[in-house]
Design a protein around this ligand. Sequence first.
Ligand SMILES: O=P(O)(O)OC[C@H]1O[C@H](OP(=O)(O)OP(=O)(O)O)[C@H](O)[C@@H]1O
Ligand code: HPA
Ligand SMILES: [Mg+2]
Length: 168
Amino acid sequence: MESWIMSENSKRTFPVSWEELHRNAKALAWRLLETHSWHGVIAVTRGGLVPAAIVARELDLRVIDTVCISSYDHQNQRGLQVLKGISADGIGDGAGWVVVDDLVDTGATAVEIRKMLPKAHLATIYAKPLGKPLVDTYVTEVSQDTWIHFPWDLEAQYAKPIKDGARD
Ligand SMILES: O=P(O)(O)OC[C@H]1O[C@H](OP(=O)(O)OP(=O)(O)O)[C@H](O)[C@@H]1O
Ligand code: HPA
Ligand SMILES: [Mg+2]
């Protein structure tokens, strides 16, 4: 179930459950099915790994490559590092390939992917306004001041009652 909380740094916080992530990744697969017949999936690690697995399963794609890009330490953006480029042969400019990431925020990662794979189709589950123009397909837009917490970064724990100010 969706819920919104304000964190200490006054960003909106949007925790996403496994179920919601699965549902949204399947929604992304439906949109991609309508767009094209794909050669394969390129996952942007690490956040794109789980969404890419779900998309690959739904579209029956068995060829999966990764690009490894890192630019945040928790919520702090720093210099973007490309840790690994494309590995598979024959991907070329990316035409016919779908690149899957969990979200686009400022768009810095998407810009880097466009440099590597100018003709690839870039798909994310979530999109914030700054990065939205850089992706071809996404499922859900959230505001720029929202921080999305993905299920792999969460654990179940005690939550204060709403009356005590924990939630909106
Ligand atoms: O649009 P941007 O401002 O570039 O932000 C989006 C990127 O940031 C996160 O990755 P991160 O660098 O945190 O690495 P991770 O996927 O390993 O968590 C996220 O998974 C996207 O790839
Ligand atoms: O909102 C976000 N959530 C998780 N990782 C991120 N990386 C950039 N923005 C985000
Ligand atoms: Mg990432």
